[in-house]
Design a protein. Structure first.
Length: 299
């Protein structure tokens, strides 16, 4: 009896050791959204047998080896997302489809060596919006510099003469052979992250027409109620309570309101403004080390 019991225990142990090695490998993938819009973050999740390695392919040329990656699609369309799981020498693959729709608003991504900013272009300023998109699609801004940087104020770029410019070259006067009619809107203010058009001064430009290509992104500073009241008195308009709240919480440059056209805002990457604004500059506020840009439209 004792011998038979030992045999049964031995067989049970062998079965326990063998079954996991021979069991079927299971894997499943899913996302937190089956339909997304361009620029929205999508969370992908893996579940199932424990793999030795994972390799995700998102169908847009990008990939990840994370177990639960987060991905952003930059163009609309239908994508096949696949996940390959390695179990020793064996590889199993599962796939899923995801639909990416056009964004609700026109978005561009401004890439720099200090990080990227996602910028929403306003529909209320159609001339500036359409001109900016046209130049971006032409590759006009690629490899241009942020040639004027003032910490606590703004970062400026878009001068075509800045592409490959030597350190001693004076920048800030370049652009296409046209300007754009001002599109002032009471609801669009120079809050932190605002995208606004640069222009020449009032003495030579009383209509306050915008440069055809140069722009600046506001950094600014936190404002006070009394400071905003002085600007209201000086310029003859009133801020809404919401606008006052924005200026006294995230800051900006309210003294520029209704003098320069605001035509967009940074919706992701505000910290990149601070990083660029803090670089060391030479005379003329040009960064000692070039801060290059590249811009693309998210469609």
């Amino acid at each position: 009896m004792r011998k038979k019991s030992m045999i049964r225990v031995f067989c049970l142990l062998v079965t326990i050791l063998i079954l996991p090695a021979c069991s079927k490998k299971m894997l499943h993938i899913k996302s937190d959204k089956s339909q997304v819009k361009v620029s929205e973050l999508v969370n992908f999740m893996y579940s199932g047998s424990e793999p030795s390695a994972l390799n995700w392919s998102f169908g847009d040329g990008s990939s990840s080896t994370d177990r639960n990656p987060i991905h952003r699609f930059e163009a609309s369309g239908n994508y096949t997302v696949s996940c390959k799981a390695s179990f020793g020498s064996k590889v199993k693959e599962v796939k899923m489809n995801i639909e990416v729709k056009h964004p609700d608003h026109c978005l561009v991504v401004l890439e720099t060596n200090y990080g990227n900013m996602t910028i929403r272009l306003y529909d209320q300023t159609p001339q500036h919006r359409d001109n900016f998109i046209k130049l971006v699609d032409e590759g006009y801004y690629n490899d241009l510099l942020f040639h004027r940087v003032i910490n606590g104020f703004m970062i400026q770029g878009g001068d075509p003469n800045s592409r490959g410019a030597g350190a001693d070259v004076q920048l800030g006067s370049g652009g296409p052979s046209y300007t754009i009619e001002a599109e002032f809107r009471n609801e669009l203010i120079h809050k932190k992250g605002a995208l606004a058009a640069a222009r020449t001064g009032d003495q030579v430009n009383p209509q306050k027409r915008s440069s055809g290509s140069q722009f600046f992104i506001v950094q600014g500073s936190i404002q006070t109620e009394s400071g905003l009241s002085r600007i209201e008195d000086m310029k003859g308009f009133k801020y809404t309570e919401e606008q006052k709240k924005i200026y006294t919480s995230i800051g900006g440059t309210p003294f520029l309101d209704r003098d320069y056209t605001v035509f967009g805002e940074v919706v992701e990457g505000l910290d990149v403004i601070d990083k660029i604004a803090s670089v060391k500059t030479a005379r003329g506020d040009r960064p000692l080390e070039d801060v290059k840009m590249k811009i693309k439209v998210l469609k």
